[in-house]
Design a protein around this ligand. Structure first.
Ligand code: NAP
Length: 293
């Protein structure tokens, strides 16, 4: 991978590429303004991350808030508890993606949307690891993948489209090419099937999009590994099928900055730390992707 070593690869302004999302505001929203150089005097785009209280969503929210020269960040969380957890700022909206009216205020006026919501399985009580076997999982009534990952994501895409958003980044999961993937068995809820249905809906929406299908997520430092992109779950047949949540978060932001990331879908993993060269050249990374779905 053609990457260049750098001690602090994600240091914000230093990496600033030509921004294709610079907001057209405060003037009226007009078509055809997706690619406007920040240097030309536009204000930074307003970017909403949903699932902002989640494990990857919180990192995205934090990064957006740190890069005020590039983005005006917003978050959407489901509960007041989640809002408090990420600092409770006024730019954190509370809403439920299953209820379109409740997310409208968060969507209103945004330039780009990063979707990091997900149905979350819960472990059935009584599992004793000392006895071996596997734990069983369930979803709360009304919070199955069909409702959260399909209807909830569709609601977000529809709402964003209705206000003329310029790009949607959607984080999904590898494994979706295999209907018999073990993740589909969790709670017997076909989570990857519903996620993929939402991905297809986004790809068919006509909006610029980036679909990131992450490998196994790890709570590790970002910016210290070489990232790998692939398609059609080919990465799952290799030994390098995990990625740090912090790296996924960074790729979400970078996808908003490079034309090369638009209208693309890709699998994302990383080499182990110490192997390869930490990725800093995201234009080159996105250029390696040639699949639209
Ligand atoms: N775990 C893995 O190894 C793995 C691998 C590949 C891809 N992925 C995917 O990567 C993405 C990020 O994963 P993650 O582990 O960082 O996510 P996560 O921590 O599970 O966060 C999911 C977020 O979605 C929110 N949410 C759920 N239902 C909602 C609703 N009805 N309205 C509004 N928000 C709602 C949750 O809010 P609450 O906090 O209120 O519940 C939570 O903050 C997910 O799509 C996941 O499936 C995961």
């Amino acid at each position: 991978m053609p990457t260049t070593a750098a001690p602090m690869p994600f240091a914000g302004p230093r990496l600033r590429p030509p921004c294709n999302l610079t907001s057209a505001r405060p003037g009226p929203r007009r078509a055809g303004l997706a690619v406007v150089s920040a240097a030309a005097g536009g204000s930074p785009p307003t970017v909403l991350v949903t699932g902002a209280g989640g494990r990857t969503g919180q990192i995205v929210y934090k990064k957006l808030k740190e890069r005020t020269d590039q983005f005006v960040g917003r978050g959407l969380v489901r509960t007041e508890e989640s809002k408090a957890k990420i600092g409770g700022a006024a730019d954190v909206f509370v809403g439920d993606i299953r209820d379109p009216a409740s997310i409208a205020p968060a969507i209103d006026g945004i330039d780009a949307l990063i979707i990091l919501t997900s149905a979350v399985p819960k472990m059935k009580p009584g599992f004793d690891p000392s006895k071996g076997g596997r734990p069983e999982f369930y979803f709360d009534e009304g919070s199955y993948p069909e409702q959260v990952d399909w209807i909830g994501q569709k609601n977000q895409i529809d709402a964003a489209k209705s206000i003329g958003v310029k790009q949607i980044v959607l984080v999904g999961s590898m494994g979706g090419t295999d209907v018999n993937h073990p993740l589909n068995k969790i709670g017997n809820a076909n989570i990857l099937v519903w996620k993929r249905k939402a991905e297809q809906y986004l790809a068919d929406s006509g909006l610029p999009y980036t679909i990131i299908r992450a490998g196994g997520l790890q709570d590790k430092d970002g910016g210290v590994r070489e990232l790998i992109v692939g398609k059609d779950d080919e990465i799952l047949k290799t030994e390098t099928k995990t990625i740090a949540r912090a790296d996924v978060a960074e790729v979400c932001l970078q996808a908003l900055l490079f034309e090369e990331a638009r209208f693309k879908a890709f699998d994302l993993a990383s080499k182990p730390e110490g192997e390869g060269v930490p990725t800093t050249d995201f234009r080159t990374l996105f250029s390696q992707v040639n699949s639209r779905f």
